[in-house]
Design a protein around this ligand. Sequence first.
Ligand code: BTN
Length: 266
Amino acid sequence: MKRLNEDIIRENINSSLPSFALHDEIVIHILDSIDSTNRFLKNQKPSSVISICCAETQTNGQGRMGRSWHSPYGENIYFSIRIPVEESDVHHLTGLSLVASLAVIDTLRTFDLHRQLSIKWPNDILWEHKKLSGCLIELIKAPSEVIIGIGINVNSKTFNNPLPDKEWCSLFDITNQSHDRNPIIGKLTVNLIQHLNQLIKEGFSSFTRQWQKVDNLKGKPISLIKPSGIITGVSQGIDQSGCLIIIDETGKTHVISSGDATLKAQ
Ligand code: BTN
């Protein structure tokens, strides 16, 4: 097992985007064990610089919808980034969870898997219908900051750790070899910052073509659970702000934002 290493992560950040080295110091926290890397960053004092946190294991890794995130020691990426955002830009963050997943897919491009990767709206990254990565986004107010937490299954062997609730996979399963997590974390850091900047400057519509190439649900029958009940219909893809469009069995169109509904297991 190659341990997490700040120097290698920093080298990869700097080589992907040298201007960071010159202008912006990124604070890097490498931890052996923590309850959750998202929670660790949330507990830091407000700051005007970007910080990231990675851990060898999480004892209480958080998934979306109150689920937990399996975090075996030294095997995978448990990563969070905290980025300050101008108050006036907060309303540009609609679609951030979709954009964060696109940044993960771009990061995995080096493995030549990206053609086989897809995203199940809003942000489950799948390889052949098995979950490879997930994102958990949290917003902090006054001063405004975002925390983007990413789990990527890198070196776990799924036959050793079958998960009861869903099919999942790792880079090891796909490529049949182990991978150094440090360069992946460096590139992921840069991609997330660049994608967030693009979202703020150009809006979500600048990502819609990229999304369409990896949309796992378009044209498929799906069910969504909303507080008001279950909607069953066919996914029509997303609109210009990242909302899911569904036409239900009666022909009615529903536009769903990612915070409003959960996909029902198919
Ligand atoms: C999901 O698909 O449910 C989201 C999973 C997010 C998991 C990551 S692991 C690093 C970061 N810290 C956490 O506690 N959760 C996120």
